[in-house]
Design a protein around this ligand. Structure first.
Ligand SMILES: [Zn+2]
Length: 157
């Protein structure tokens, strides 16, 4: 079964984490399918995830049916994981409104937190987005964000 999308069949213990609205389910399912494709086809993805504090690969996380993807209607950023190494992830309305590639990048970023990436000043969670080839190495090297990729080299946390 693997990582689960909350379609109204899960009550998150985290306040504000809700079922994904119908209008966004297509984007969410596309992002999960694309994440699985990345895990199978882009070797740097699993390799990077294994370097994170909990040492799990992206494939391991996507196969983990205790991880739930929820929705958040009002948070003023793209996503959140309930805690470092947590199992409850929320993707925000803000991310869904931008589009499915942003949803995908947010999913990857939050799965890195589920794998122990600490947040705060740390940049490992967003580096996972680059390891999934959702950005350019030149963005990391120069620190200049290319708005046509979902990776942002300046995001910490
Ligand atoms: Zn983060």
């Amino acid at each position: 079964m693997g990582m689960q999308i909350n379609i109204g069949d899960h009550v998150s213990p985290q306040a504000g984490y809700a079922a994904i609205p119908n209008e966004y389910l297509g984007s969410m399912r596309w992002a999960r399918t694309k994440a699985r494709w990345i895990a199978s086809n882009i070797q740097s993805a699993n390799a990077f995830f294994r370097t994170l504090p909990d040492g799990r690969s992206l494939t391991d996380l996507l196969d983990d049916s205790s991880i739930w993807i929820n929705y958040h209607a009002t948070m003023p950023y793209y996503g959140e994981t309930n805690r470092v190494s947590g199992k409850e992830i929320a993707i925000s309305r803000m991310a869904f409104r931008i589009g499915r590639w942003t949803v995908l990048a947010t999913l990857v970023h939050e799965l890195a937190h589920a794998d122990g990436a600490p947040g705060g000043a740390d940049k490992q969670a967003e580096r996972a987005v680059l390891a999934c080839k959702l950005g350019k190495q030149s963005e990391l090297d120069t620190g200049i964000d290319d708005p046509y990729t979902p990776f942002n080299p300046n995001i910490s946390g």
